[in-house]
Design a protein around this ligand. Structure first.
Ligand SMILES: NC(=O)c1ccc[n+]([C@@H]2O[C@H](COP(=O)([O-])OP(=O)(O)OC[C@H]3O[C@@H](n4cnc5c(N)ncnc54)[C@H](OP(=O)(O)O)[C@@H]3O)[C@@H](O)[C@H]2O)c1
Length: 247
């Protein structure tokens, strides 16, 4: 992997490790930006609507390489052009190939076809899943997903992916502004894979939220949908307190 002139080790020795996130270490696309003292990674956005477009834009502006995708390539090209440097557009398959990390942010009824279309490209991939089963929008499959729990349900639709549920129950319009009060609002997250949780936590932090792991997909993923006690904005301490009351 090509790095900037100063190696990671040299940079750590000269600046100290505390200021630097190494969450992305080990990902194929991780690149070390010595001048900024941060690491960058390639992110594929599957579903570049309100959430995917907003969060992907924040990550691109933070220096990550982002590929937007949806069912409308022309719209994604315009979105990428408006975001500017670090942003590009592609098909969902191209975005899944491009990203070492994927943000999947589609209406829940589209999740089964996303899983089928992307197939093997999801195997072992770190996936941040914002998608919520909303009965009024997604119909009967959302009823079933809510009964099973969104964490388990997403895992079934996206087999082999290392899923972290996040960005599920905060309005998208707040996501582009969160960095103005960085760390004040917590982001409840559920996941099973330690590395995926680390990577997602760092990316959540870069959007301006303090990541709070509330537990595994099976038991806690079901609470990460709108309308539950964890829905809406809470401080990190409040999230921990609420999560402690949930089963
Ligand atoms: N809106 C919020 O404030 C909010 C907050 C938290 C979580 N969520 C959840 O996050 C998910 C996305 O919400 P949103 O508000 O961003 O929705 P949205 O604005 O409707 O965007 C959905 C995106 O998914 C794309 N898409 C649909 N089917 C697809 C497929 N088969 N393959 C690839 N892309 C596909 C759409 O593409 P086209 O436009 O080309 O159809 C669109 O870009 C939902 O499940 C929602 O419940 C929403």
């Amino acid at each position: 992997m090509k790095r900037n002139a100063m190696t990671r080790r040299e940079f750590l020795q000269t600046t100290g490790a505390a200021a630097i996130s190494l969450a992305f270490a080990g990902l194929p696309s991780a690149a070390f930006a010595a001048t900024a003292g941060t690491e960058k990674v390639k992110i594929g956005i599957i579903g570049s609507g309100r959430v995917g477009g907003t969060v992907g834009g924040v990550w691109a502006k933070a220096g990550h390489e982002v590929m937007f995708s949806s069912l409308d390539l022309e719209a994604d090209k315009k979105l990428a052009a408006s975001v500017g440097a670090n942003a590009r557009a592609g098909t969902p398959r191209e975005a899944a190939q491009f990203g070492d990390v994927l943000l999947i942010s589609v209406p829940y009824a589209a999740l089964p076809s996303v899983g089928k279309d992307l197939g093997d490209l999801l195997k072992g991939k770190i996936v941040i899943d914002t998608s919520n089963p909303i009965v009024a929008r997604d119909g009967d499959m959302a009823v079933a997903a809510r009964e099973k729990g969104a964490g388990l349900s997403s895992q079934e639709y996206l087999p082999g992916a290392r899923i972290v549920r996040a960005f599920n129950a905060i309005g998208y319009s707040r996501m582009g502004e969160a960095s103005k009060n960085a760390g004040k609002v917590g982001m409840p997250m559920a996941g099973d894979d330690q590395k995926a949780i680390e990577v997602a936590s760092q990316l959540v932090r870069e959007v301006g939220y303090e990541p709070v792991l509330v537990g595994p997909l099976a038991t806690m993923g079901k609470h990460l949908i709108p309308g539950t006690p964890l829905g809406g904005e809470h401080t990190p301490a409040e999230i921990r307190q609420i999560a402690g009351t949930l089963k």
